[in-house]
Design a protein around this ligand. Structure first.
Ligand code: SF4
Length: 88
């Protein structure tokens, strides 16, 4: 399976844990409908195979990214967050 991910970091302040938000397109599910690319070209683009991929960094509220993920008719857009290391 080929996936494309775009990391996003949310900095909460000195000494606070950093959350890394990821937008991932599951290439094995994407049917190339273009809904995500049309709605948010700042996050998604087509690769040479006509499959959407996430790119760049994004620092948005989770619910905003969730709305984008809900556009996908085949649930190919996956959002996740991971705790990173504490800021120095
Ligand atoms: S909305 Fe879903 S199926 Fe359509 S291009 Fe984006 S990831 Fe692929």
């Amino acid at each position: 399976m080929t996936t494309a991910t775009a990391p996003a970091a949310l900095t909460l302040g000195p000494g606070v844990m950093r959350m890394h938000r990821r937008v991932e397109v599951r290439a094995d599910r994407c049917i190339g409908s273009g809904l995500c690319v049309g709605e948010r070209p700042d996050i998604f683009r087509f690769n040479e195979e006509g499959i959407s991929e996430a790119y760049g960094s994004h620092d948005e509220a989770t619910d905003e990214l969730g709305e984008v993920a809900e556009l996908c008719p085949v649930s190919a857009i996956v959002l996740s967050e991971d705790e990173g290391t504490a800021n120095a």
